[in-house]
Design a protein around this ligand. Structure first.
Ligand code: NOJ
Length: 452
C-alpha cells in the first residue's frame, strides 16, 4: 500500500465518525411506549410527507444497532453521532419518563463504548412530541421550555456517566424556519414573523437549558455544544478584501442565531429591523442562551460565493450560475471550500476554539449494479474534495477536531422520504440489508490513513 505523504495527513487524533438521527433511522415507532412525534403526524397528513413514507420502520436501527455497530467498526469509525428521541423518553412531551425508551439508548451507548466508538449525543434532532405541538410547540414558551428541561435532564442523568460529548439542538434554522415559516418540514406551518422570532428565542433558551443540564448532571469532563448549519460565505478570491467581505456576510446573515448565543445579545440593527415583531425577551434569558459551550458542531453542505461591495453592508452574495453542477438535490451544489470557510469563520469572527464538522455528505442517485455493488464515484469525489478542505482547516490550526460523514446509512430524508439516499452504506428497505458503497471503502481508507 502506498504510504501517504506528510502533506496529506490530518493532525494526530483527528476524530473520524459518521452521523444519524433518531427519527431517520430508528423505526420501532410504536414500540416500548414511544409517543407520537410531529414527524409521525406530518408523514400521515395527505399532501405533506413524500410518497406516504413514514418513520415506522426506517432502517430498523432500533433492533439492528448491534449489526450497525459492527459495520461502523469494520469501516474504522472512531465516533458515532446519534440523537435521542424526545417522544421515546417522555412520550407526552412533559410528564412521566418512559424507562424502556431510555433503556434503548443505554444499550446503544454501552454497545458503542464496548468497541471503543465514542458516542456524540444530540438531544434534539427534530422529533418534537406531538403533544407539545398541540400546546403550541416551539412558539409557546410555556409548552416547550419546562418540558424540554425535564427531557434534557432525564437523558443527561441517565447517560451522562458514560457519554462525554453532547450536542444540544441540531440545526435551529431548519426545525424553526423550514418547519414554521416555509412549511416544508413538520409541523408544516406558516406562522407570523413575531411567532417565528419567539420560536427561535425558545429554541435558544432550550439550547442554554441543555448546556446547563450537561454541566450539572453529566460527568465532569463532558463537553457540550450547539450543532448549527450556518450560512457559509466563501470568498471567491482568497484575498484580504474578499475574506473581509465573506466574514462580514457570515456575521450578518447568521446574526439572529449567533449574536444571542455567542455574544449574549441580539444585534441592535437586527432588533430594529424586527420592530414590533422582535421576540419577547425576559430578564436572564440572554445569560441562559449564551451559557458558555466547548465547541460548535457545523453541518455544512454548501456555501455561497461572496465578494466585496460598496453597499453599506460591505458584501455581495453571488448567485449560482444556471448551469452550476449539482448532486441529487437542487440545493446540493458542490462548494468544497465551504468546509474550510465555516471552520475559519467561526474561529475568526467569533473566536470559537474548537469545532467539528458534525455533518457533511451528499445525496446521490445510487443504483445497484449487476454485481450487487453501488459504485458511487460521484459521492467518492464529493468526499475527497470536502475532506481535503477539512484537512486544510485542521492543519492550519483553526481548531477543527473531527469530521462526521452524513450519513452512515441511507435513511429517511425528511420531506424527501426514502427517495433520496445520503448513506455511505446502502439500505435495501425491503430486506434491511446493508451494503457498503464504494464511498464507504474510500472513507474507510481515509480514516485508516488519517490522510486524504
Ligand atoms: C441536515 C440534517 O441534520 C439531517 O437530518 C439531514 O438528513 C441532512 N441535513 C441532509 O439533508
Amino acid at each position: 500500500m502506498m504510504r501517504k505523504a506528510e502533506k496529506d495527513k490530518f493532525p494526530e487524533g483527528f476524530l473520524w465518525g459518521s452521523a444519524t438521527a433518531s427519527f431517520q433511522v430508528e423505526g420501532a415507532a410504536r414500540e416500548d411506549g414511544r409517543g407520537e412525534s410531529i414527524w409521525d403526524r406530518f408523514c400521515r397528513t395527505p399532501g405533506k410527507g413524500a410518497g406516504g413514507h413514514t418513520g415506522d420502520v426506517a432502517c430498523d436501527h432500533y433492533h439492528r444497532w448491534p449489526q450497525d455497530i459492527v459495520l461502523m467498526k469494520e469501516l474504522g469509525m472512531r465516533a458515532y453521532r446519534l440523537s435521542t428521541a424526545w417522544p421515546r423518553v417522555i412520550p407526552t412531551g412533559g410528564g412521566p419518563i418512559n424507562k424502556a425508551g431510555l433503556d434503548f439508548y443505554d444499550r446503544l451507548i454501552d454497545g458503542l463504548l464496548k468497541v471503543d466508538i465514542i458516542p456524540y449525543v444530540t438531544l434534539f434532532h427534530w422529533d418534537l412530541p406531538q403533544a407539545i405541538q398541540d400546546k403550541g410547540g416551539w412558539m409557546s414558551r410555556e409548552a416547550v421550555v419546562p418540558a424540554f428541561t425535564e427531557y434534557a435532564q432525564a437523558v443527561v442523568k441517565r447517560l451522562g456517566d458514560r457519554v462525554k460529548n453532547w450536542m444540544t439542538h441540531n440545526e435551529i434554522p431548519c426545525f424553526i424556519g423550514k418547519s414554521l415559516d416555509e412549511g416544508k418540514h413538520a409541523p408544516g406551518l406558516h406562522v407570523s414573523r413575531k411567532e417565528l422570532n419567539n420560536a427561535y428565542h425558545n429554541a435558544f433558551l432550550t439550547h442554554g437549558i441543555a448546556v446547563r443540564a450537561v454541566r450539572q448532571f453529566a460527568r465532569k469532563d463532558s463537553e457540550v455544544g450547539l450543532v448549527n448549519n450556518p450560512f457559509v460565505s466563501v470568498p471567491v478570491l482568497e484575498t484580504p478584501e474578499y475574506i473581509e467581505a465573506a466574514h462580514k456576510a457570515f456575521a450578518r446573515e447568521n446574526a439572529q442565531i449567533h449574536e444571542p448565543i455567542f455574544n449574549g445579545a441580539y444585534a441592535d440593527w437586527w432588533l430594529e429591523e424586527q420592530g414590533a415583531d422582535r421576540p419577547d425577551i425576559r430578564e436572564g434569558d440572554l445569560e441562559l442562551i449564551s451559557s458558555p459551550t466547548d465547541f460548535i458542531g457545523i453541518n455544512v453542505y454548501f456555501g455561497a460565493f461572496t465578494g466585496p461591495s460598496a453597499e453599506p453592508k460591505g458584501y455581495r452574495i453571488l448567485p449560482f450560475p444556471a448551469g452550476n453542477p449539482r448532486m441529487d438535490l437542487n440545493w446540493l451544489k458542490p462548494v468544497p471550500q465551504s468546509v474550510y470557510w465555516c471552520a475559519k469563520s467561526y474561529r475568526e469572527v467569533y473566536g470559537i476554539k474548537k469545532s467539528y464538522i458534525s455533518e457533511n455528505g451528499t445525496a446521490c442517485d445510487d443504483t445497484l449494479d449487476a454485481d450487487g455493488r453501488i459504485v458511487d464515484t460521484d459521492r467518492v469525489q464529493w468526499i475527497r474534495y470536502h475532506v481535503k478542505e477539512a484537512q486544510r482547516a485542521a492543519r492550519e490550526g483553526l481548531g477543527l477536531a473531527g469530521f462526521f460523514q452524513w450519513s452512515l446509512l441511507d435513511n429517511f430524508e425528511w420531506s424527501e422520504g426514502y427517495f433520496k439516499r445520503f448513506g455511505i452504506v446502502y439500505v435495501d428497505y425491503e430486506t434491511q440489508k446493508r451494503i457498503p458503497k464504494e464511498s464507504a471503502r474510500v472513507y474507510s481508507q481515509i480514516i485508516r490513513d488519517n490522510a486524504v
